[in-house]
Design a protein around this ligand. Sequence first.
Ligand SMILES: C[S@@+](CC[C@H](N)C(=O)[O-])C[C@H]1O[C@@H](n2cnc3c(N)ncnc32)[C@H](O)[C@@H]1O
Length: 227
Amino acid sequence: MIQDVGVSDGRTACDFFGRLRSLFPNVAYFASDYGALVKVISNEQCCLVLNATNKLLELTFRSFVFHLPERWELLACFLYPLNILIRWYALHFPAKRLLKNYHTGKLSTHPQEILLFCPKALRLASEDKRFTLEEQSVLHPLKRSSHVIRAMNLLNPSYFTKEEFLRVLRHMHTALFDDGFLITGSNQDAGTPVHGGIYHKSSSGFEEIHRFGNGSPIAATIALFKP
Ligand SMILES: C[S@@+](CC[C@H](N)C(=O)[O-])C[C@H]1O[C@@H](n2cnc3c(N)ncnc32)[C@H](O)[C@@H]1O
């Protein structure tokens, strides 16, 4: 059983599963990402993108598209005062009205639900019972135990703080069967060298058994981790 976490649209999960299934015909492969489903609601004034728990992710108002939540940067207020003003207005009036209608069931149309996995991954999941797509955040305890956890381009310092990394590593350690493996690595674009490692779960944490490139960008944090 293998869990591939933070798979984005699932393209690399399809490739890896494709290689594994010929070697391990009984493999059960669970590919996940934390924000795999979004809902779109709109009216003649604005369009909102929400995540599965109804958190507002994006607001389109006339020709403006605002990503939310956005940090209010002082510099942005000076450089783009009109955008900041329009964003404030759109959030507090048309978007608020639309959200209220959505929450009270008064929308004239159903929200459009969009799965962010690519068509190849969706097709594979519907055709091959061994391949499952799901939503999962590594900041929460993982849904199941597995022999292998694969986390590619996810355990990067830009995504999590050190405390969050230790939380993520604890969830992964707990979710691995004894003697399980954590495979992690990062690269730039497709085809560029991968820097990472294969770690073996032990009672004292994770032991690096193989290193590729310069090793994981968070190798020092993984070495520090104690279950
Ligand atoms: C750079 S992509 C990596 C995609 C794929 N694994 C690859 O190597 O091509 C990083 C992914 O991590 C996901 N991610 C970020 N925070 C996450 C979290 N807390 N739990 C699960 N996935 C997360 C993002 O949504 C994004 O899809």
